[in-house]
Design a protein around this ligand. Structure first.
Ligand code: DC
Length: 205
């Protein structure tokens, strides 16, 4: 089934937006773009000494899956390069192209509902308390074999929230028409259930 909907899922770092987006993509058979990975890839290149703007202009989609882009160093570098308007301008085109697929798409990030796809059919803004998000990310990173402390994960999340929401260019902010979900006291299945009810009712109308 081609649902033909563009679904924008914005939210804070480690809020569960990625997991929810993947589940939507799987269950509704729509392509998914984790836009954070684009910034992570640019951040990764910058840590290797590449200029941020040339890294963004030469972005190769095949690199998104092969590099280890989930480390705290890369998260921070991603959030730093995300302040750069020229970097954002290069990545905007890639994201809009992805969203223009005829069968629909789900994109998750920080500015999907506000800047990348302001006409998205459904917009969500997902968040949770910093402590809960840090616990989730800490477990995820431990599972991936990273050696880190909970305190560092919490600090990194708080610094990133601050930087992402206070930058001048496309700051992280819920779109006025976004449905806000606080997942602090919810399981992923509960979040998915409420999100999919909203998608289903949109599909019926
Ligand atoms: O979603 P994420 O945690 O993987 O994103 C990493 C960083 O990339 C985030 O801290 C800010 C930046 N980002 C952004 O500025 N705009 C997006 N649409 C997605 C991510």
């Amino acid at each position: 089934m081609k649902i033909g909907l563009i679904i924008a899922i914005d939210g804070t770092a480690a809020s569960g937006k990625g997991t929810i987006s993947k589940k939507i993509a799987q269950n509704y058979s729509v392509p998914h773009l984790d836009t954070g990975l684009l910034y992570r890839l640019v951040g990764y290149k910058v840590l290797q000494g590449v200029d941020p703007v040339s890294a963004a202009s030469q972005l190769r989609a095949d690199e998104l899956k092969v590099l280890d882009l989930k480390t705290l160093r890369v998260s921070n570098a991603a959030s730093e390069v995300a302040k750069n308007p020229a970097v954002r301008a290069h990545l905007l085109e890639f994201q809009r192209d992805f969203a223009s697929k005829p069968g629909g798409a789900v994109l998750d990030g920080r500015d999907i509902g506000t800047v990348i796809c302001p006409n998205a059919h459904i917009k969500f803004f997902i968040t949770a308390s910093p402590d809960i998000r840090a616990q989730r990310r800490y477990k995820e990173l431990l599972g991936l074999g990273h050696s880190i402390s909970f305190e560092n994960v919490l600090r990194e999340i708080q610094e990133r929230d601050e930087r992402d929401s206070n930058r001048k260019q496309s700051p992280m902010v819920p779109a006025v028409d976004a449905i806000k979900i606080d997942t602090s006291d919810m399981t992923i299945n509960e979040v998915y259930e409420s999100v999919s009810k909203i998608i289903d009712s949109k599909l019926e109308n």
